[in-house]
Design a protein around this ligand. Structure first.
Ligand code: QAP
Ligand code: CO
Length: 168
């Protein structure tokens, strides 16, 4: 297994649109294992391949308290089933240290492939529904900071750029 580098906002590579996975093969499963290791090491609950600079439609998640419920979403598709939306204070491993409230649909269905390439469908609610929408956004080059005001986004960008400069 291996820890992967997580890209951080405002890295332009986070704006790449990921391509569908055509075959769920051993190379995909190795990537999934490394993404889980990377996400767990960073105390995250969700990680999209885009964030580790792999531009394929792959997401790993685990919203359990004790990192025991790994979820895999390959080529995920979200359908909105109702008009209700709710706010949630979102964070992101690619925007470390910042949390902002984002409104998203609460009634959704997710169609995806599992780590064996088998299709499945779920109707998640609560944090799971928030997280899968947040992760699907990554595969489309979108970040939660795109939903907040430009002022707040610029403030976050400047603070992270300063941290990145200090690290260089
Ligand atoms: C996406 O985010 C998410 O700032 C997953 O310093 C988050 O795993 C969806 C993290 C919240 C819905 C609600 C963030 C870790 C992890 C940080 C994450 C940090 C350390 C974020
Ligand atoms: Co994120």
């Amino acid at each position: 297994m291996a820890l992967l580098e997580i890209l951080e906002f405002p890295d332009p590579r986070l704006r790449t649109i990921a391509k569908p996975v055509e075959n769920v093969d051993d190379s995909v499963r190795t990537l999934l294992d490394n993404m889980f290791e990377t996400m767990y090491a960073a105390s995250g609950i969700g990680l999209a391949a885009t964030q580790v600079n792999v531009h394929r439609r792959i997401v790993v998640m685990d919203i359990s308290e004790d990192q025991t419920e790994p979820l895999v979403f390959i080529n995920p598709e979200v359908s909105v089933l109702g008009e209700d939306e709710a706010p949630y204070d979102e964070g992101c491993l690619s925007v470390p240290g910042f949390y902002e409230s984002v409104d998203r649909p609460t009634q959704i269905r997710v169609d995806a492939l599992d780590r064996d390439g088998n299709p499945y469908s779920i109707e998640p609610d609560g944090l799971l529904a928030v997280c899968i929408q947040h992760e699907l956004d990554h595969l489309n080059g979108k970040l939660f900071v795109d939903y907040i005001s430009q002022i707040k986004r610029q403030r976050i960008r400047k603070k992270l750029e300063k941290i990145h400069r200090a690290q260089a």
